[in-house]
Design a protein around this ligand. Structure first.
Ligand SMILES: [Zn+2]
Length: 323
């Protein structure tokens, strides 16, 4: 979806909200007038007094005359409120209850679209990003530790299974006790060792706790940013969505096609999230530090790995073992 389409859709939603609020208030007013015949007359008096005050003010009349009209309008208002309350009706019920009191569900303010429209667009971006991922497919309960070999690995001194059990519990704990103070995670190891599975399991758990979680593969994310850049779209919605998520999972870092523009977006993303202290989880097949430094600039790597728990995945290709 382009930004214009999102904008159109957001204004559609806002206008439906307004219609609903106004219709509901109209229905309640009609019901109240039916029940209380004097209501309509009082409302007309109030409207006339208000109109007179406005006309007097425009024609430059005496302050005393204007004040008198205003007082009359206020008196009518007071009578209406009392009448409604005496009959068990909340006066607020006859006024439209707008979802956004700032713009009264018009979506527009004098200086441009209202914050509620921006929020809707943000929601659409997030949805779009998450729809592209197999978010619902992975959970901690479907993570099978038996797939990891249990013979002792000399480089670890324990088996891959025992090592992965530690990582599994760390990730589960990370997700179950998630707060915005959680550290960043860098899950790395060769392909097929369950990094994405655990990252998605964390995403699911944290999402269910009500946090705004965005999961995206590095390739898709940076492709989208390149496209927006190419279209001359200055707003860079994808980058904004990724910067704003309370938890971002950037999967398969290192598979994106690296251009100078993508590199600057990556730095901007990593740096913004570090500055805002928002946790990020990276997964990557890049195992060696040297490879990471060769691919990215020093500036990116030091930002990326600062305040980051690095979890090294071991084992044999879990996906191959499935067969
Ligand atoms: Zn608004």
């Amino acid at each position: 979806m382009t930004r214009q389409e999102m904008m159109r859709r957001a204004f559609g939603i806002v206008s439906t909200r307004r219609q609903r609020a106004v219709t509901l208030a109209d229905q309640r007013r009609a019901a109240a007038r039916e029940k209380l015949p004097q209501l309509e007359q009082l409302e007309q008096q109030r409207a006339q007094a208000g109109l007179r005050a406005a006309q007097l003010s425009v024609s430059g009349a005496d302050r005393a005359q204007i004040d008198q009209a205003l007082a009359e309008s206020a008196a009518c208002e007071h009578s209406i409120d009392s009448l409604l309350r005496e009959n068990g009706i909340d006066p607020a019920q006859l006024k439209p209850a707008f979802t956004c009191p700032v713009c009264q569900d018009t979506g527009r303010l004098t200086n441009g679209p209202c914050q509620c429209v921006q929020a809707l667009i943000q929601e659409m971006c997030q949805q779009e990003v998450n729809e592209a991922s197999p978010l619902s497919l992975c959970s901690f309960s479907t993570f099978d530790l038996k797939k990891y070999p249990d013979r002792i690995l000399p480089e670890l001194g324990i088996s891959a299974r025992a090592h992965m059990e530690g990582i599994f519990h760390y990730c589960k704990d990370y997700a179950e006790h998630f707060t915005l103070k959680n550290p960043n995670l860098y899950l790395y190891g060769y392909a097929g060792l369950g990094k994405t599975h655990l990252a998605l399991a964390i995403a699911n758990t944290v999402l269910q706790k009500g946090f705004n979680v965005v999961y995206v593969s590095a390739q898709n994310a940076f492709d989208a940013m390149e496209k927006e850049h190419f279209r001359g779209d200055e707003t860079n919605d994808t980058l904004t969505t990724l910067c704003d998520a309370q938890l971002l999972i950037l999967d398969d870092l290192g598979t994106e096609y690296l251009t100078p523009y993508v590199s600057s977006c990556l730095y901007s993303l990593v740096n913004t999230r570090v500055c805002r202290r928002l946790p990020t989880i990276y997964t990557s097949n890049i195992v060696l530090d040297a490879d990471l430094h060769r691919r990215y600039t020093e500036k990116i790597v030091s930002r990326l790995l600062g305040n980051c728990e690095c979890l090294n995945f071991f084992g044999e290709d879990v996906r191959l073992m499935d067969k």
